[in-house]
Design a protein around this ligand. Structure first.
Ligand code: ATP
Length: 199
């Protein structure tokens, strides 16, 4: 699995449709201060479902939509697509290429797509769980994150190792099953009460 392409349209400083292709090996992005390098990393986070405005370096979610310049009007929506090569099927879906798209309008609603099929954010989260790619994944190391990882509490550091070892999916399923069990136990108690009342 590797990142093949990123397409941005109306996202932050990228008013026009912009495509960045990532070939094999290392890709470096260089440019003067304020030219939009960090906006590219923000686009990757955002398309994978980032909901925290702070992590996207804005004040409100609308700040991800191109807000216009002296010479150019603002646009109505932002759209980002990230394309992964999935020939090794590391992303658990039967496609050799996986494209995830997020589109957001000024009203605040986001639409998500996997290979152009409309889906929920939850589907994207589940698809990338344990691949290291998700918005919390260890594959995006932001500025200052290295220090944070080294100085953070052992329990927080443990999350990174759990994602790398591929057990997050099972932990989530266990939590969901435990919730269902609790609910079922509650229901059994209530039914027993009713039975006792009827007897
Ligand atoms: P540095 O090297 O200083 O970290 P950078 O290349 O990483 O800079 P970014 O922080 O990615 O730069 O880009 C900042 C630029 O993006 C600013 O010029 C800012 O005006 C522009 N920008 C951010 N959000 C929007 C938006 N919604 N609409 C238009 N421009 C935006």
């Amino acid at each position: 699995m590797h990142l093949k392409k990123l397409e941005m349209h109306g996202f932050k400083s990228f008013a026009d449709k912009t495509e960045i292709e990532f070939k094999d090996g290392i890709t470096g992005i260089v440019g003067p201060n304020g030219s939009g390098k960090s906006n590219i990393a923000d686009a990757v986070r955002w398309v994978l479902g980032e909901q925290s405005v702070k992590n996207l370096r804005g004040n409100k979610m609308e700040d991800v939509i191109f807000s216009g310049t002296e010479k150019r009007r603002a646009v109505g929506y932002a759209e980002v697509t990230i394309v992964f090569d999935n020939k090794d099927l590391k992303i658990p879906i039967e496609y050799s290429e996986v494209a995830v798209t997020r589109r957001m309008f000024r009203s605040g609603e986001s639409e998500y797509y996997i290979n152009k099929n409309s889906c929920r954010l939850k589907d994207i989260r589940e698809l990338f769980m344990d691949t290291g790619v998700g918005k919390e994944g260890y594959s995006i190391i932001g500025q200052g994150r290295v220090d944070e990882i080294l100085s953070t509490k052992p329990e927080d550091r443990r999350n990174i190792f759990e994602e790398a070892s591929g057990i997050v999916k099972f932990k989530m399923r266990k939590e969901e099953s435990e919730k269902k069990l609790d609910k079922t136990e509650g229901n059994i108690l209530r039914i027993n009460d009713i039975i006792t009342e009827l007897e």
